[in-house]
Structure formats: structure tokens, C-alpha cells
Design a protein around this ligand. Sequence first.
Ligand code: CAA
Length: 399
Amino acid sequence: MTPIGIDDIELATTHHVVRLDDFAEVNGTDPNKFRLGLGQDEFSFPAPDEDIVTMAAAAAAPIIERSGTEGIRTMLFATESGTDQSKAAGMAVHSLLELPSQMRIIEVKEACYSATAALQAAVGIVTRSPGQRVLVIASDVARYELDTAGEPTQGAGAVAMLVSANPRLLEIEPVSGLNSADVDDFWRPNDSTTAIVDGALSVTAYLDSLTGAWNDLQTQDGPGIDEIDRILYHQPFTKMAKKAQVHLAGLTGAVLDTEIVAGAQTASASDPRDTGLAASTLYNRRLGNSYTASLYAGLCSLLDHDSDLAGRRIGLFSYGSGSVGEFFTARVVPGYEQHSHRETVTAALDARVPLSIDEYRALHATELPSAEDVSTPKVTAGPFRFAGVTGRARVYERS
Ligand code: CAA
């Protein structure tokens, strides 16, 4: 069977960053609450002329530059933070990147899970037409109300992936474990720019979904825990990946690494297996939550920081509140390390401009007027910008 999977991947984020040490100081909180308690150091925050489209286009542009557009007839744009009730955000990306007209473009939604649905749909399209390639983009701005428990877990980022036959990075395996349950753990009503969340319920719903998806994977004759070399989780905050790993270890009886900081694992009589937990959380500690992109930012981090992945099987757990969970597996293609983006991702994270907490709070509170034309100030140093609203339509341009 022709292998199908991720041929190329890119991560992009915002112009600004909020440092949780600054946040802790202003709020009178112990900084270790964030560093250790949540496993987060910073979160990305969009400038007024950035949104899910500008991040998505910035992530997809280098892929198109490297690979061209031949065979790309579909773009699947996964997001929780859509900018319009009707028009797919991917239409603006299509325009900014001057992609061919002979394409179908849609937006996919189910909280943080939808990028995985998009990825599986892309695999299906390429299975039917192996000459085609599919552009999958996950892009989100995670926003909670100010002064809530969710606030320090905000963030923003986009991951673009090119799905093809004979991929150069990851071959996606056909079996996956699924779990759906109607639960109100996290959602965002149509008239709200911030998510509503029951934090404690969201954590247990995530872990219940992991149980359901893992058990289904086993029922479907998927690989057992000893046949999986690395494990990636959706990371709303990186400590959640640790909680998930402890939960999976309990479910399977396996002895797995549980430290999200490299080198923090203490040696014991039964040394835990290194499943890449620390390597896969390095980017997310700095991005914050990027909803649909978060699991795939974890994948970028693992690919860029683990030099022993060739031929290894990765398990990926995708979770979207509401809720859908999927546990699927993939094999890393030898030679993957030649496509590392570690330097560019690290440079982009380092280049973000810090906001003071006052500046951040003012930006957070800014809302676009709903009925008037508006131009946004030129702030972003990224390649694309959200220029404003004309006649109630959003306008984008190259920076
Ligand atoms: N030093 C070290 N650790 C500290 C500390 C300190 N000084 N102070 C507190 N902590 C630890 C606590 O012990 C706790 O650890 P455990 O989780 O291991 O028990 C941790 O910091 C968190 O502290 P709290 O229990 O006080 O919880 P909180 O009020 O900070 O809220 C939260 C945590 C509920 C996750 C909140 O951040 C939230 O609502 N986040 C948004 C929802 C979310 O991300 N849910 C995750 C699952 S849903 C999902 O995955 C979808 C999605 O993307 C949203």
C-alpha cells in the first residue's frame, strides 16, 4: 500500500508575547504556579493586524515556496476561532498565497480536535487520488476572559501541513481509536469572543476521552503500548500532557516518562521509557494554547528535538472539547531530520515583542466595531496582515 502522510510541516505564531513571570508579578501569584503548575512560560498574543488568517498564511507560505502548487486541489482549514459565520478563513489564505482557482476550500470545526479530522480527510482524498496533495492548516487564537483561571493558558499559533503519497516526514497508519461524548466542558457561543470553560470538568472530560479513544484503538487491533515509541498529546497547557501520560500509564500498566522538563526525570528501579514527553512540549511552553494547532505544534517540537525518530512509531492523541478524542499512530520517515525547522521556529519565538501586562490587557479588551469600516494599525513584522474591515468584509494584504 502506498504510504500517505505529512510531507512538509511549518509552524507560525504572532508578533507579540506575554511572559508569565510578568503576569505573575502583576497578579501577585507565585511564578511557579505557571512554570511548574501549568507547565507554561509565555503565551503568544496577536497584534491588532494579526489573526488566524495571517498566521495560517505565514505557516503555509514556505511550504508552497518549497513544493509549488502542483496537485494541490484541496485546502482544509481547521479552527475554533473562525472570523466569519459563513465564509471559510481559507479563502483569504488562498488569495494571499495566490493559489490556483482549481481548488476546494473549507473550514472544519470541533474545538481543538478539528485539525485531526482534516488530516484524516486529507489522507482519504490522497488515498483515492495519489497524485493529489492536500494543504491542511490548523490556526487558532485561544482567548479566555481576563482574570479567569483560563487566562494564563491563552496563546496563538498555526501549523500548516502538506499531505501527500510517499511523504518525507510521517506515514499515517490506517487504524485509529475514536471517542465522542456530548459534554459542556468548553465552548464559545456565537456572540462571544472568549471561550466559556468549566476547567475541572474539561480536565476530566479530556482524560475520559483518552480512555475511550485508547480502548477503541485496542478494539480495532491497533498497536499496543509497547509497540508505540513516542506519544504526543493535545497540549492546552503542557502539564495536561503530563496528566494524560500518567493516565495512559495507569490504563496500560506501562512505565512511561512523566516529566515535561528535559532532564527532570529521576532514575528509579524501573526506569521509565522515554516517549518524548519533554521534547514534544518545548514549543508549546512558549506558544501557549493554540487549540487545533497545539497537537501539531507538539509534533513540530518532537521532530525538531529528537534525533532518534527514524522508523519509529508515534501515537498521537487529539482532543476537542465538546467532545471528540482520537488516538492514531504514524511512522517517522528516515531522513526526517533533514527537514528540521528548529532554528527558524526558535528565532520566531525569540523575535516576538513582549507586551507589558497593561498593554496586553488593553489589546485584549479591544473589539472591532461591528458596523463601521476600520483600518488596523501597522504593527506585525509577519509577512501578511489583517488590514481592517470594509463594508463588513475583512481585508488582508502582504506586509
Ligand atoms: N507551584 C507549583 N505548582 C502550583 C503552584 C505553585 N506555587 N500553585 C498551584 N500549583 C499547581 C496546582 O497544584 C495544580 O497542579 P495539578 O493540576 O497537578 O493539581 C496546578 O498548578 C493548577 O492549579 P489549580 O488546580 O489551582 O488550577 P487553576 O485554577 O490554575 O486552573 C485550569 C487550571 C482549570 C486548567 C485552568 O487553567 C483552565 O480553566 N484552563 C482552560 C481549560 C483547559 O485548558 N482545559 C484543559 C482540558 S480541555 C482541552 O484540552 C481543550 C482546550 O484546549 C481548551
